[in-house]
Write a protein that binds this ligand. Structure first.
Ligand code: ZN
Length: 81
């Protein structure tokens, strides 16, 4: 298990699962949890700008608000073919 601890902008300690990555256009998005057991999902960590300011929309797309990093679901699907 590869977990890195980090502190978000509002002072919350979070755990970054660096063993799991969603491939983005700039860098990987890693899942972020608020507990070391990875049961409480908090969001994503953007490796492109090393920040937490991103969001997933209803299409399953992850968009970073601080850099150009985007994970497009259709690109993800193409990788399985
Ligand atoms: Zn970013």
């Amino acid at each position: 298990m590869d977990l890195e601890t980090a502190t978000t902008g509002d002072g919350t300690t979070v755990y970054i699962d660096t063993s799991t990555a969603e491939r983005g256009s700039v860098g990987a998005f890693h899942p972020v949890f608020t507990d070391a057991d990875r049961t409480d999902r908090w969001g994503y960590y953007c490796s492109g700008c090393e920040g937490f300011d991103n969001a997933m929309d209803t299409m399953g797309r992850i968009v970073c608000n601080d850099c150009e990093n985007v994970r497009k679901p259709d690109e993800w699907d193409a990788a399985h073919e």
